[in-house]
Ligand binder design. Structure first.
Ligand code: BES
Ligand code: ZN
Ligand code: ZN
Length: 497
């Protein structure tokens, strides 16, 4: 629970107070605390650099069990990401100490160059994301750490009322990311298409977003031949989840499409052991779309937002799709399968062309853990952006910087389409070589979006991690939810729908 409180430290008792400190500079207006910070800054082991931490039990007249001083780095360089990391580290320190409460001092408004609302927003985001644990699969005995029950943010008394709305919004928007994280972290046996579809439906019901789940028979009637081709090898049948937030009077429509391969074994082009390891995360695009729709259900903007999530499991078996098979996609285009491990683009081909035709969106964005090549190009922390509109690509990268879900634009040169030629069908699902794999995958998708204004975000790198960082633990990262929410709904977004 997030509580905004006045930073008047003389009035009551605290258990744990987190005090951010800039490099050689106190950033707190509270007199007693400022004196303590000066004290701490005179010690050789704490300079206020990023990652500096110092704990004090003797609290110089402040009634607190512990003070946790955290370095924020140079005052002029502090940004929202620095604030997210600071509050996250504070929460994690309290968790490690077995505490149930923490109070985080908001750095002083005069000294930082970011808008106050965004500062508070970032501090709450970092704190809540750090307080989230995925312990559903640990036995009771093994999971000793429990999330904090209360996180206070200490601000000036006259700000408390004004910032309440900001705090509420931050709490709201974090929820979608945390849902997406949990879905991605869930073992693949527990999220086969049917089960994952039900989980998404249940969550979106909570926020009054209508969900339709299309089964195999309906998908066959809809001519989803490419998607059903991928599902052939699995004992778990495919599902298409469609979540439609349609407010009265909406004049614009945004469609979000997410790749939902609940497990990608590669199919008959079976992945090697290393490649199989993280493939429960191959539905992270769908998870991000569902998480975003959850936030939409709380925010209730005045645009129509449709989430389209094709869910399949890609497995090898006697019934599996073969290399050499030709599939007839929903668009009517035939696709020769050159590699069964390039399954994401097959399910997206049907989802994209169906969504473009059905909703005639003003904007369509897909998120997909689509290619290893994108991870080779940009590393594990940065997603690739492909768009048929430069302004859209620019708006995405600007939002991505702000929320620190980083993206970088990559090209879709028309002449590279020759690589996707098939000898017998309209198009092949893979190029004849591996060069520029993220680009050829995006070019393949571009053949199925019609005339829609469209962007594709390849999140193969950042969707899942084994690294522990202040507000993202190993597992699903929820990448894409905060990005899409900033892009579509933040006043400062550069996007015009
Ligand atoms: N799901 C994978 C892409 C992936 C790789 C996601 C690593 C996350 C981490 C995708 O379905 C795939 O297997 N792509 C192939 C395409 C190739 C066969 C053209 C790849 O990237 O190797
Ligand atoms: Zn694959
Ligand atoms: Zn895949």
């Amino acid at each position: 629970m997030i509580i905004l409180k006045s930073a008047d430290l003389s009035r009551r008792r605290f258990t744990n107070i987190v005090v951010p400190v800039c490099e050689k500079k106190s950033v707190t207006a509270e007199a007693k605390l400022a004196a303590l910070v000066d004290d701490v800054l005179s010690l050789p082991e704490f300079e206020g650099k990023e990652d500096d931490v110092l704990m004090r039990y003797s609290t110089g007249g402040i009634k607190a069990d512990r003070l946790i001083f955290l370095g924020l780095g140079k005052a002029k360089q502090v940004d929202e990401e620095g604030l997210r990391r600071m509050s996250a580290k504070g929460v994690r320190r309290a968790l490690e100490l077995g505490q149930s409460k923490v109070s985080i001092v908001m750095p002083d408004i005069e000294t930082l160059k970011i808008d106050r609302d965004r500062q508070v927003f970032a501090v709450i985001e970092g704190a809540l994301m750090a307080n989230h644990l995925f312990h559903r699969y640990r036995s009771k005995k093994a999971s000793k750490v429990k999330p904090l029950v209360a996180i206070e943010v200490l601000i000036a008394r006259n700000e408390v009322n004004r910032l309440r709305a900001v705090a509420e919004k931050a709490v709201m928007l974090v929820t979608g990311s945390l849902l997406a994280r949990d879905w991605v972290s869930t073992p693949p046996m527990d999220k086969i298409p049917e089960k994952f579809a039900a989980m998404v439906e249940k969550s979106l019901e909570e926020v009054s977003i209508p969900v339709e789940i299309k089964d195999h028979k309906e998908l066959a009637n809809m001519h989803f031949g490419a998607m059903l081709g991928v599902a052939m090898g699995s004992d778990s049948p495919a599902r298409l989840v469609v979540a439609d937030y349609h407010p009265e009077g909406a004049t614009k429509t945004v469609v979000l499409v997410g790749k939902g391969v609940t497990y990608d074994s590669g199919g008959l082009n079976l992945k090697p052991a290393d490649g199989l390891k993280d493939m429960k995360s191959d539905m992270a695009g769908a998870a991000a779309v569902a998480g975003t729709l959850y936030n939409v259900g709380q925010l209730r903007p005045d645009v129509r937002v449709v989430g389209v999530m094709p869910l399949v499991e890609n497995m090898p078996s006697g019934k599996a799709l073969r290399v050499g098979d030709v599939l007839k996609s929903h668009s009517g285009k035939t696709i020769e399968v050159g590699n069964t491990d390039a399954e994401g683009r097959l399910i997206l081909a049907d989802a994209l062309s169906w969504a473009a035709k059905t909703y005639k969106p003003d904007l369509m964005i897909d998120l997909a853990t689509l290619t290893g090549a994108c991870v080779v190009a940009l590393g594990q922390d940065i997603a690739g952006v492909f768009a048929n509109d430069d302004k859209l690509a620019k708006a995405i990268t600007l939002s991505s910087d702000r929320v620190h879900e980083r993206c970088w634009p990559l090209p879709m040169p028309e002449d590279y389409k020759v690589h996707l030629k098939s000898e017998i069908a309209d198009i092949a699902n893979v190029a004849g070589h591996r060069w520029g794999g993220a680009t050829t995958a995006a070019l393949f998708l571009s053949e199925f979006v019609g005339k829609s204004r469209w962007a594709h975000i390849d999140i193969a790198g950042p969707a899942f991690t084994h690294k522990d960082s202040p507000y993202i633990r190993p597992g699903g990262t929820g990448f894409g939810v905060r990005l899409l929410c900033d892009l579509l709904f933040d006043e400062e977004s550069a996007l015009k729908i």
